[in-house]
Design a binder for this molecule. Structure first.
Ligand code: NAG
Ligand code: NAG
Length: 369
């Protein structure tokens, strides 16, 4: 292992020329180790270093901490507090891609989005344009461990077009967004068009979905703690380029002080598939809207009340989902199109404290509202 200092890295950069693609394979075989503290050196470092520490970097306004196309097998460590300048733009603030990448947030490290600079209560529906936070797009055969995001302007992790990616002990702390309800659409994990994704041991305080799976296969979310948001969601499914959700297992997780617990929503008039979803071992506490909500009537982000049948929900397992809904909420709400929900398994469901819905439709046995 060769360790190069940041000043040596600058010299190396001058030698290769920043723009010229340095012979990656050649550099990789040298197993170069670098620590970067200055944003301007990141671009060179990612082409030269297979052990890369990003320490307390200040990312300029309107720039992405661009760690895409890392060398195969790169070990990437974030240290200290990483901060971002303020600009109204759509981001992302951080982007990581590559193959066989090991990403670690060192103990005490964090990405501080200082989201209050953007928060206006409108999220992605209006007001200021807010940057998305962390893209894990095209990140394959890789792991992300121990990363902390604080105060995301809007959505946190976006996982898209990735396969065999594991996220372990991730923390997203957007508690400050509760003040005057200014934080909005601060989804913790959005997953699309990805295969074999595991999110294990996440701790989330936010104001929107803890997890939203829009499409993808073989997705696991386990040992999670979700507080303050909209629950653990599949969907909304339909109306995108990829409308297939197949084999998602959500287990051994707790959802507290949230609008919903378990949620599946599909889009009105759209086509697609929601197949093989399991929720098991879910504890709910102080849910304000729905303990379990499954509906096939979404349009432009809102329920229409009229379910359609183009995105069937089949082979669904709800097992051991227990806990409490506040008295103004509803324990369970299921709104399916005729014949569009089938092959459901439903056991150990005990949700109390809220109202019993009288508007459920086409509920497949053995489920009940
Ligand atoms: C999945 O990724 C891990 C690294 O996180 C790797 O060890 C494993 O071989 C990968 N699995 C497959 C099937 O490629
Ligand atoms: C995933 O990325 C594709 C390609 O960029 C895009 O079309 C799609 O909308 C994304 N999916 C989600 C759910 O964001």
């Amino acid at each position: 292992m060769k360790y190069i200092t940041e000043s040596a890295l600058v010299a190396l950069t001058a030698f290769f020329g920043l723009a010229s693609a340095a012979p990656a394979a050649d550099i990789e075989s040298r197993s170069v180790s670098c620590t970067v503290t200055s944003y301007t050196n990141v671009a060179a470092a990612k082409k030269a270093c297979t052990t890369l520490v990003i320490d307390s970097v200040v990312v300029p306004a309107g720039d992405t901490l661009d760690l895409t196309d890392l060398l195969d097998g790169t070990k990437l460590t974030f240290k200290g507090t990483i901060t971002f300048g303020y600009k109204e733009w759509s981001g992302p603030l951080v982007s990581v891609s590559g193959s066989k990448i090991t990403v670690v947030g060192a103990s005490g490290s964090m990405f501080d989005g200082d989201g209050s600079r953007w928060w206006d209560g409108e999220g992605s529906n209006g007001g200021k344009t807010k940057p998305k936070f962390f893209y894990a797009h095209n990140l394959d055969d890789s792991t992300i461990t121990g990363v902390t995001l604080k105060n995301t302007p809007v959505q946190g992790f976006s996982i898209n077009s990735s396969s065999n990616l594991s996220l372990k002990t991730i923390t997203i702390n957007n508690k400050d967004g509760d003040t005057d309800e200014l934080g909005h659409n601060t989804d913790a994990f959005d997953v699309g068009s990805s295969d074999t994704i595991t999110i294990d041991g996440a701790t989330v305080y936010n104001q929107d979905d803890c997890l939203a799976v829009n499409s993808g296969t073989n997705i696991v979310f386990k040992n999670g703690y979700c507080s303050g948001g909209h629950g653990i969601s599949i969907g909304s499914v339909g109306g995108r380029s990829d409308n297939t959700v197949d084999t998602v297992t959500i287990s051994d997780s707790t959802i507290v002080d949230s609008q919903n617990g378990v949620r599946i929503k599909t889009v009105y008039g759209a086509t697609g598939t929601v197949k093989g979803v399991t929720y098991s071992g879910i504890t709910l506490k102080a849910i304000t809207k729905y303990g379990i909500v499954i509906e096939q009537d979404y349009e432009n982000g809102s329920p229409t009340g009229t379910p359609t049948t183009g995105v069937p929900i089949t082979d669904l397992t709800i097992s051991n989902v227990k806990g409490t809904v506040s008295s103004s909420g509803t324990d369970i709400y299921i709104l399916c199109g005729s014949g569009a929900c089938s092959d459901w398994s439903w056991s150990g469901v005990s949700i109390t404290g809220g109202k019993t819905s009288s508007s459920c439709k086409n509920v497949p046995s053995p489920a009940s509202c």
